[in-house]
Each structure stands twice: as C-alpha cells, then as structure tokens.
Write a protein that binds this ligand. Structure first.
Ligand SMILES: Cc1ncc(COP(=O)(O)O)c(C=O)c1O
Length: 460
C-alpha cells in the first residue's frame, strides 16, 4: 500500500500502517478509477457502460421548499443529467467540495492537514466501510458503551473483541480508558480504533465535554489508535452557546496533539435534511478515505447520484449560512419536544426511574427502578406490548448483551398527549413489576395492586 504524499509543513499522522489485511486485498475498481479522466479536455471515452440519458424519461426535477415560496428546478442544462447518471464512487464532486469547504469553516481545519471528504449512503454505510478499512474479524475494538446498535450489530456478527470504553453522564471517561489501555496484555494486539458518539449519544442522549475529548485525543496519540467520531446528532444540540458547546474531535486534534490524522468524522444528513435520501459524509485522513472509496467502487459502485444532486442544489441555494439556519430551526423544534417529554417524565416517572434530560439528540435513557433480577427486554417484550408501549430495551445497546434496567425512548415523533401517556404506561410497568415481585417473594405483605410508589433503588 503506497503512502500518501503529505504536504511537508504540516505534522500529519499517517494511518496507512493501521489498514486492515482485508482492505489490502481489494484492487481499485477497473472502470471507476478511469472515470475522472473522462473530463480531460479532448478525451473521447469508451470506458463506462453508462446508459444514454436520451432514454431517461425525466425532463426536470422541481424542489419546492417549505415555508418559503422558493423552487429549485433541475434541468438538462443544470444538473439533471448528473443526477440521473452513474457518478463517482466517492460522491458528486460538487457535493464533496461543498462539504470540504463547510467542514473547513465549521471545524477550523485546513486542507493542508491531509484530510478529505467522501459521501456515502448514510453515515451507516460509511461507518461499516471504515471498520472494514481498519479492522479484520476478531480484532479488538474500543467501543463507547452503551452504543448505537447499528454498529454493535455488525461488530458482533464478525466476532470482534468488543472492549467497553466506560461512560458516565459526560460520555467516555478517559481515566477508565487509560486504565484499560495501560493494562493491555503485551501478548495481544492493541485496538486500532475507538468508536464514539460524542453529541447526544444514541442511546444515552449524553454529550462529551471538551475537557474529556482532550484527554481521549491524548490517549489516541499515546496508544496509537484512531477515533471514529460518529456525530449523527451534532446539529441537534440544545446547549446554549454560552454554556460551552463542545468542539469536535476533528476541531481539537491539532491543538491537543500537535498533529492531525487520527480522527475520522461521520456526519449524517438523516436527522436534518432527509433520512430517506441516505446521505452521509465522511471526513478523514486521505489514506482512509481513499480506501473507503476503493471498497465502494468494488461493492456498490457509488452513493445515489439523484439524492446527491438534490442535496447539492439545496445547499447551493441556501449557502453555508442558510444550511446552519435550517439546522438551528430543526434543533429548536426538537428542543421543544424534548422539554415536553421531560415534563411528562417528571410527572409520571419521578420515583420509578432515573434519567438525565438529554442535552442533544433524540433520546431519553431511562434506568427503571425494577425489582432485582428484572430486565427491560423481558418487561417490554411481554408487558410492554400488552400495555401498548414500544421502546428499545437496554440490552440492544450492550456489546456483551448484558441484562439491564434501562430503555431508550425516542421523543422525535411524539405529540404532547402521547408523551404523557407513554410515561404513564412506563410507570405502570414498573408498578406492576413490583406488584408481581412482592406477590411472589413476600406473600401476604400487600393487598392486590397495593404498591404504587416503590422507592427501592437498584443499581443499573
Ligand atoms: C449514532 C448514529 N450513527 C449513525 C446512524 C446512521 O445514520 P444514517 O441515517 O446517516 O445512516 C444513526 C441513525 O440513527 C445513529 O443514531
């Protein structure tokens, strides 16, 4: 694997030695690597099996934007053909450039630091790709726990050794991580990456403050691992600016470590533009992005040209400021929903569960005060279903599948009345669980249905 030529003046870590054996078995796609050359002046290309757009039945695409009497019209002269035709595996060059400029400005990074962007079918695809690029089956992986099941699922299926990066209400605890890494057995290969969701974590809703990110960045340099910064909820952050919204790992790396190249960042358009468009953005060191693209050209060719051209037209229409204004409106919308859900939880769950009001993202993470030995999986799949309450049991977020007293409740689609009713049903589940427990273990102590406010605390 050749090393990328970095500009001399920047101090950039080269992750090439960390690449997996698996990705090195792939060769660049024979056709797609020639596609950029088609645009050279005077070139006649007989390369790609591209269909002739003459046969496509579409004449134009019109986008009408909510709330403003504005339309974006894509015609043959301005982008329609690009949107209907095969494109490049790393994404529409215009959209890639838009995000490179955007990331540069938002995170205060510049292109001489050896990074680039590419587009994928949602950040989910890009996450999977990066794991493929950096790890082989059975490798050890550091994973923030509890963690997003979309990642836990494919890691479990490939027999990785999943090593908990322990979290508390501020996300990953760097001192715990340091203990894990400094006690790592000499005989075993060290983990090459840490997966984390630093803003409004899925499932906990918690965010990692800057001082912790600094500690974790230092550990990455000391113990030679990459940080996979999955920031799907970055734009849904309810913290006041003055309260210190935390800068990203990408933004902090140079300042903390005096070098760049260990952070791979994932952004998602799902929560702010459209989940169905399936668009995510990877920002990371050139060797990583180049290898992700190599996998894409070998596996599914490219992300959708059509949704990329829609996104690009929208972002060009809005500009970076308009995009951020839209994100701020989306964030305000969800902040109000969060507040309603928080009020409902306060009314019904006060003595029956513990939780933190999420400072970002779309989830409440409840620890139910259940009788010893109970588990939210059992509870939700039986009594929860009977009472008309669906939520995700904590076990789904645990890499080791351990039983938990926890559940994730999403408030994104819930109207005010439903929020109160959902919390009331959750409270009833807790009360009934204690009723059943007392009936089983303490016969004769209570009347039927007599226990409504258990105060026993069980550890999670
Ligand atoms: C933490 C996290 N990462 C990634 C994703 C996947 O997002 P996308 O729709 O961009 O694939 C999700 C989706 O819910 C998520 O919660």
């Amino acid at each position: 694997m050749e090393s990328m030529g970095y500009p001399k003046e920047t101090n950039t870590f080269d992750p090439t030695p960390l690449l997996s054996a698996r990705v090195q078995r792939y060769a660049p796609g024979a056709i797609r690597r020639l596609l950029p050359l088609e645009n050279l002046p005077g070139m006649i290309s007989l390369v790609a099996g591209k269909p002739n757009p003459e046969v496509f039945p579409f004449d134009k695409i019109t986008l009408s934007l909510k709330g403003a009497n504005e339309e974006i019209v894509l015609t043959r002269e301005n982008g329609l053909i690009d949107g209907l035709q095969y494109g490049l595996p790393g994404g529409n060059p215009g959209l890639v450039k838009w995000f490179e400029e955007f990331q540069s400005e938002l995170h205060g990074i510049n292109r001489s630091q050896g990074w680039t962007c590419c587009i994928g079918n949602g950040s989910q695809e890009l996450l999977h790709r990066v794991f493929q690029v950096l790890t082989d089956p059975c490798d050890s992986v550091l994973i923030e726990t509890p963690a997003y099941p979309g990642v836990v699922g494919f890691l479990q299926a490939e027999d990785y050794k999943l090593v908990d990066a322990k979290t508390d209400r501020h996300g990953i605890d760097p001192s715990e991580l340091e203990k894990t890494l400094s006690r790592w057995p000499e005989s075993q290969p060290r983990p090459k990456l840490l997966y984390t969701i630093p803003t409004g974590s899925n499932p906990t809703g918690r965010s990692c403050p800057e001082w912790r990110k600094i500690g974790i960045l230092r550990l990455a340099k000391r113990f030679n691992f990459m940080i996979l910064e999955d920031d799907a909820y970055y734009f849904l952050n309810y913290e006041e600016k003055s309260n210190g919204k935390s800068r990203s790992y990408l933004a902090l790396e140079q300042e903390v470590n005096g070098e760049t190249g260990r952070v791979i960042r994932f952004d998602s358009l799902s929560k702010i533009v459209s989940a169905g468009m399936r668009l995510g953005v990877l920002t990371g060191p050139l060797p990583i992005v180049k290898n992700v693209i190599k996998l894409t050209e070998n596996i599914n060719l490219q992300p959708s040209s059509t949704t990329q051209i829609l996104a690009l037209s929208l972002f060009q229409h809005w500009g970076r400021t308009g995009f951020l204004e839209h994100c701020a409106r989306a964030s305000e919308f969800y902040r109000r929903k969060r507040d309603v859900f928080a009020a409902a939880a306060e009314v019904h769950l006060k003595y029956r569960a513990t939780w933190d009001v999420p400072s970002a993202g779309l989830f409440f993470w409840f620890t139910l005060r259940l009788p010893p030995g109970e588990d939210t999986f059992e509870l939700l799949s039986k009594k929860g279903m009977e009472s008309g309450l669906l939520a995700i049991p904590g076990v789904a977020f645990m890499p080791d599948n351990r039983k938990t007293y926890q559940l994730r409740a999403s408030f994104s689609l819930i109207a005010e009345e439903q929020a109160y009713e959902a919390c009331r049903r959750m409270a009833q589940l807790v009360d009934d669980a204690w009723g059943d427990w007392v009936r089983e273990f303490v016969p004769g102590r209570i009347e039927k249905n007599g226990l409504s406010n258990p105060t026993t605390t069980v550890s999670a």
